[in-house]
Design a protein around this ligand. Structure first.
Ligand SMILES: [Zn+2]
Length: 420
């Protein structure tokens, strides 16, 4: 959608009477694949068909106002206030980037800076809600497989809640990450092979020991935390009328959370319009981009994982995202799409961003900036577009030296291509 713009207005329930007391509650969990419905306290990880579960709410909502994560508790699944596990997550700054917008030849650009979250990435949102719900439901041991950032976020929130977090990682994981996880009181399990093998080991151990799986799409509550970023964008007059939101996209759970923010508000009778959602993928690992291009409802090739993937943006490497059909639906519902970036484009975009904004982005976040020239070339954005980039995280300490060396080396890499 090019140049679409509508009036920013307070988002309220038109059916809300002045004397009504706003009150909402989690009413069911619905499978995104087969539409089976489950009781809200079922504490199921996923549907028996394997599809991801989405939380549904009912009642009379309050007005949508800008706040931190738990200010949206009326649209979150944790009923017991005492069970909230919080470190001040959410409510992150939106940084206006006029010089970067001018360089990229778009009308305006805002950067949602998730680098200020307690874990340094947007994963703090999902971890806060996921761990809170697990604690409320009586789970004491959590398990997930990850290449890094999710493990750090869940370890932080689990240890704050006094829960045990078992983190399964490939043996090639950076020493800094495993040291940090151990410092955060996590049980670190190193598994030979790619993350998918660590994932199977995690699932087996979780089933054998009765641990609650908290990996991406393994339970319905992480996306609820991620949804609050979308609520913040819709509540903020600077971003609520944007034409496009660009998300770095691997498991797609953050992007789906932004889509679900609008869906949940609409279901409660509130008029909210989510901007067109775009996912930025690594050129070496772009199964969602490929499926979207083909007009397919799910991954091509029977969902076989992409092979020979590799990028400086390791967090983008999801060779076969399990909720692909839902991610594609969210993108198409909003008139969005996908774009890919090479490592050279990612580095160039990060260099341009830090020089014109002062923000040193993680490479995954820089991929979203790197996608803008391609979206312009393809006519999916225009010079009139108002764009939001979700900067999912700041540069990681373990990356910092190599990353800043790459950014500081002039002419070592191809500059970002910008059409005149
Ligand atoms: Zn199902």
């Amino acid at each position: 959608m090019v140049g679409r713009r509508c009036q920013a207005a307070p988002i309220v329930n038109p059916g809300l009477h002045a004397d009504a007391t706003p009150t909402t509650r989690l009413c069911s969990l619905t499978c995104a694949r087969c539409s089976s419905s489950f009781e809200p306290d079922a504490m199921r990880g996923s549907c028996s068909c394997g599809g991801p579960l989405l939380a549904d709410y009912e009642g009379i909502p309050p007005e949508l106002v800008l706040g931190d994560l738990w200010s949206y508790s009326w649209l979150l699944p944790v009923a017991d206030v005492a069970r909230r596990v919080s470190l001040g997550e959410g409510g992150t700054p939106v940084i206006e980037a006029p010089r970067l917008a001018e360089a990229l030849r778009i009308h305006s650009l805002y950067i949602k800076n998730e680098g200020q979250q307690p874990s340094g990435t947007f994963k703090a949102r999902g971890a806060s809600v996921s761990v809170s719900k697990a604690a409320e439901s009586g789970h004491r041991e959590l398990a997930l497989a990850t290449a890094g950032n999710s493990g750090i976020a869940w370890a932080i929130y689990a240890t704050r809640a006094g829960l045990t977090c078992h983190v399964f990682l490939p043996t090639w994981t950076a020493r800094e990450t495993t040291d940090l996880l151990r410092a955060l009181n996590a049980d670190v399990r190193l598994i030979e092979g790619p993350v998918s093998v660590a994932g199977r080991a995690c699932a087996d151990e979780a089933a054998a020991n009765g641990w609650w799986s908290v990996g991406a799409w393994a339970e319905p509550y992480r996306v609820e935390g991620d949804k609050t970023l979308g609520l913040e964008l819709l509540a903020d007059p600077r971003t609520s009328s944007a034409d496009a939101v660009i998300w770095p996209c691997a498991s797609g759970i953050g992007l789906v959370g932004t889509w679900k923010a609008g869906r949940d508000l609409n279901r409660l009778g509130m008029e909210a319009r989510v901007p067109s959602l775009f996912g930025a993928q690594s050129e070496t690992c772009a199964p969602l981009h490929e499926a979207w291009r083909a007009g397919a409802p799910d991954l091509l090739g029977d969902g076989q994982p992409w092979t020979d993937v590799g990028s400086i943006a390791r967090g983008l490497l999801a060779p076969a995202p399990s909720a692909a059909a839902l991610i594609l639906r969210a993108v198409r519902d909003t008139g969005g799409g996908f774009v890919t970036a090479t490592d050279q484009e990612i580095v160039s975009a990060a260099r341009l961003t830090v020089r014109l904004t002062g923000l040193l982005l993680a490479p995954e976040a820089a991929a979203a900036v790197a996608g803008i020239p391609a979206l312009l070339r393809e006519g999916l954005l225009s010079a009139r577009s108002n764009v939001v980039v979700v900067a999912t995280g700041a540069a990681r300490p373990s990356d910092y030296y190599a990353w800043s060396t790459a950014l500081a080396t002039p002419d070592a890499l191809t500059p970002l291509t910008i059409d005149s």
